[in-house]
Write a protein that binds this ligand. Sequence first.
Ligand SMILES: [Fe+2]
Length: 237
Amino acid sequence: MIDIHTHILPFIDDGSPDCEVSIKMLSSLCEQGVSKVVLTPHFYAYRTDVESFVCKREISVNKLLDELKKKPVDISLYLGAEVLYFDEVWTVDNLDELTIKGTKYIMVEMPFCRWTDSMIGKISRLTSKGYIPIIAHIDRYIKKQKNFSCFYRLAEQGALLQVNTASVLSFFSRLRLKTLFKKGVITLFGTDCHNMEGRAPLYEESMQYIKKMVSKEQYQYMIDRQNFVLKEAQRIY
Ligand SMILES: [Fe+2]
């Protein structure tokens, strides 16, 4: 099983505060049956540039890898980023540095407002440039949108929609997500874990709920789609 969205890298964003917590998060995921984890620290273009981000991320990765030498966890790691949407996102020269390493998949965090046609259009520009946008935690935007049409449009444009696993633990959230699951619009899932407390890696129980919300075939499709994303990805651990 794969967790495609995590803030396990230490000292880089509002996620794991240190290596000890990072190892606990990885161990917890491993115990819940996860074998592959994508590290997706926040990238905010208004705060930093790609070069500085990559440099900071490298330092963080090295610290985590050093710790894993002392306390190994039976899990594979992949590197990515969660890029906060900005209007010029598709014009960034070195965007490949922000994709899941070795692939063209790029995780985008959309703004927490009602999305405009222009925003959805900018995402399609990413697709035109050969990238495959992964729209992070769509469960967090549903209430903000007028209806589901923006999600359908994004999926039609070739974007993949990711849901946070913890969201299906809530009855009302499951109700809101039901249609999107049934229509097969949601294809990816991730914990978006930040720590071991309020935003801990909740995976196993959530996957049981997801299994019940979709058909057997749909569930298998989601698993296969998730695996396909990492097919060409470069493992860093
Ligand atoms: Fe996130």
